[in-house]
Ligand binder design. Structure first.
Ligand SMILES: Cc1ncc(COP(=O)(O)O)c(C=O)c1O
Length: 465
């Protein structure tokens, strides 16, 4: 791959193709797609290239771009493709549903089986509703919380991401200068075009800071319908909740009649079979899933306590959608969850990721590169920060060395390892990476060798920089 690696290195790594096809596709795309892309998140997925890579196909843990360059994929469609690309079981389930018909706009048996599977796997999921994207399911859950409590305000944590739609696109990534004091963060719209009234209804608090959160909760308790959070902050480089923080929040919410909502769009069916709710042993009132749920197909869901979901059941809280629970995506999700629920599958995913985490830590220590690695084997991120301590909060992430992450990511890409371009996001591991055979071992070996070389490049860049 031509990117910026010297030719002899490309040869050594077998990345001999150019990226000309991607460049040409981006030129065509820019003429007809706004910005050449279909999602704002893809505007900076290019690394050193002035155009994105166009991925043409995937198989297991590997993907190929339009020029034929091959990568081991740890982006996995932002964690969606949890079984790996073109999983045979999922493909068979979807093919069989294709033959039976894809959409009827009516009730169907597959959505029932899928809801049963979810309620069986996840603590606190008593009644379920399906939709199509994470953002849509967030809207459903927030409306359910407001409908149940009769209150309008929502507390969210600075830096947590709950989708692109108006309802919660507030203080996703505020610049420090706009964010206000840490003990009283300002609600900052993430985009132009979000009405002032919505900004006013979203109260912002600092993650992991109990005294400040407690004070903000007290201040707004009469108006707060819910507290929503990413239990592991996937969008802040997998920042973890500190010991006791979720338990404490649970108690505070109960004391004040406020609902607790977990956005498990990333953590669901990944941290554990029952997601973060099971992993941390703290059950929320409402949960939201997408990504791993569909194994790469567009489906999402929200669910929760029976009494909280009853207004949705009774149709006093409206929730609609032409494509909701369609049999094609439901079949993909059912095949995915049944596989994830098989003993040993998530454990193998975690083991593969833990081995990479160990390699990052060991090589960083060997080359003297300060950093911390956060998360678990199934989802994790390296943060190049001066003190090498785990982040507590979004503002710690602002102090991380973004330039060094870019160097690390680029070095991995040139060695055939594909991770998210953003240091705020994370690595994902699939069942295809975790498989217990020669190919799984080869993936791990290749990835760890690439990590070591990338870390050495980071160390050298420190001296130069
Ligand atoms: C934690 C979290 N919540 C919500 C969303 C929004 O999901 P979608 O992009 O499917 O609308 C995302 C997307 O990355 C996410 O990471």
């Amino acid at each position: 791959m031509k990117v910026s690696a010297p030719a002899e290195l490309n040869e050594q790594l077998g990345l001999t193709h150019s990226t000309d096809a991607s460049r040409n596709w981006f030129a065509r795309a820019s003429a007809v797609l706004a910005g050449g892309i279909s999602s704002s998140a893809r505007s900076n997925t290019t690394g050193d290239l002035p155009y994105p890579l166009y991925i043409a196909r995937g198989d297991g843990s590997h993907i190929w771009d339009a020029d034929g360059n091959e990568f081991i994929d740890y982006l996995l469609s932002y964690g969606s493709v949890i079984l790996g690309h073109r999983d045979p079981g999922l493909t068979a389930a979807v093919t069989s549903q294709l033959a039976a018909g894809t959409m009827f706009g009516t009730c169907n048996t597959v959505e029932v089986e899928l809801a049963e599977q979810i309620t069986h796997m996840v603590p606190g999921a008593e009644l379920v509703r399906f939709s199509n994207s994470g953002s849509e399911a967030i809207c459903g859950a927030i409306r359910a919380a407001r409908g149940f409590t009769g209150r309008s305000k929502i507390l969210k944590f600075e830096g947590h991401y709950h989708g692109w739609v108006d309802v919660l696109a507030i203080s996703n990534r505020p610049a420090e200068a706009d964010a206000g004091p840490l003990d009283h963060p300002r609600s900052q719209p993430h985009s132009r075009g979000i009405p002032e009234g919505i900004v006013h209804d979203v109260i912002i608090a600092p993650w992991n800071h109990r005294p400040e959160v407690g004070r903000i909760l007290q201040e707004h308790r009469a108006d707060l319908a819910a507290v929503i959070l990413e239990p592991v902050v996937a969008n802040n480089a997998c920042t973890m909740p500190e010991a006791g923080f979720l338990e404490w929040l649970r108690q505070e919410c109960d004391r004040n009649g406020i609902l607790l909502i977990y956005d498990e769009i990333v953590t669901g069916f990944r941290m554990a079979r029952g997601g973060a709710a099971e992993y941390f042993g703290v059950t929320p009132d409402l949960l939201i899933w997408s990504k791993a749920l569909g194994g790469g197909f567009p489906i999402s869901a929200f669910a929760g306590r029976r009494d909280v979901m009853l207004p949705v059941a009774a149709n006093t809280v409206k929730h609609g959608g032409t494509y909701n629970g369609n049999p094609l995506c439901a079949a993909a999700a059912l095949a995915t969850l049944r596989y994830i629920n098989t003993p040993g599958v998530l454990e193998a995913i975690h083991r593969h990721g833990e081995a990479i985490i160990d390699t990052i830590r060991r090589s960083a220590s060997h080359y003297g590169v300060p950093c911390c690695v956060q998360g678990t084997g199934a989802m994790f991120q390296v943060v190049f920060n001066a003190d090498g301590r785990p982040l507590r909060h979004y503002r710690d992430l602002l102090k991380a060395d973004a330039r060094r992450y870019a160097i690390f990511r680029q070095a991995l890409l040139e060695r055939g390892v594909h991770i998210n371009n953003s240091g705020s996001a994370c690595w994902f591991v699939s069942a295809a990476h975790g498989r217990d055979d020669a190919a799984g071992a080869a993936d791990l070996h290749h990835t760890c060798a690439a990590v070591e070389q990338a870390m050495k490049i980071c160390a050298d860049s420190q001296v130069v920089g």
